[in-house]
Design a protein around this ligand. Sequence first.
Ligand code: IPE
Ligand code: IPE
Ligand code: MG
Length: 246
Amino acid sequence: MGTAGSTTSQNIRPAEHVAIIMDGNGRWATQKGWPRLVGHRKGAERVKQIVRAAPDLGIRWLTVYAFSTENWKRSTEEVLGLMSIFARYIEREADRMAAEGIRMRFIGDRSRLDTRLRDLMNGIEDRTKGFSRLNFTVAINYGGRDEVLRATRALAADVAAGRLAPEAITDQLISSRLDTADLPDPDLVIRTSGETRTSNFLLWQSAYAEYEFTPTLWPDFTPDELATILSRFGNRDRRFGGVATA
Ligand code: IPE
Ligand code: IPE
Ligand code: MG
């Protein structure tokens, strides 16, 4: 059995791109009789810890789902609270990410975010663009359908303008028009909190991802649990439509 992060022989390969649906912050707080935002703050602390642990676990790409296109349905207080947590995260972690060689980027539709947050997002992307020890991507106002819709409109505009022939639209061309154009597809998608759905996360990119669901609420998710999940992943036989290799 391979340990997490080890690159070994046979079929055991580490999960290089791990994507996480960080769910359960609200329940974690409610269970303790606290406001939901307390759970989100604790959740942000967990993100820092997981980001710090990721490179030693063999993860090169880490993508986390922080706010979906559907999360605007929540109360104004919760939405604004989350936006301020995102802004503070960038401000407080910027130096550390730069010192540790972490490249931070964002996926999702930024047009609906406020200017201050957008400026912080653009600033940290620019500041860390030369780093590659860990590629850390945060999905904010992200929805898989919204992303495919925006890409489709852009392709349709190219076709209508005569710049693109419909036959030239390939699998790869679509991938290259998504927010994740510069990211490999995820190897493993983890969802915390016991829900077993994707909630619109990386729909196109996860076609052959492995999924892991854990009942742990996100504020309780530790690097140790991540290591356990990764070692299970290393023993899976990913066939991609072919036949077993074992
Ligand atoms: C995940 O936790 C964080 C976001 C969706 C922003 P939730 O806020 O969804 O927590 P639960 O699912 O209500 O417990
Ligand atoms: C998914 O969680 C989105 C994020 C983790 C940011 P939700 O809590 O919004 O998903 P549903 O509503 O349970 O499907
Ligand atoms: Mg939830």
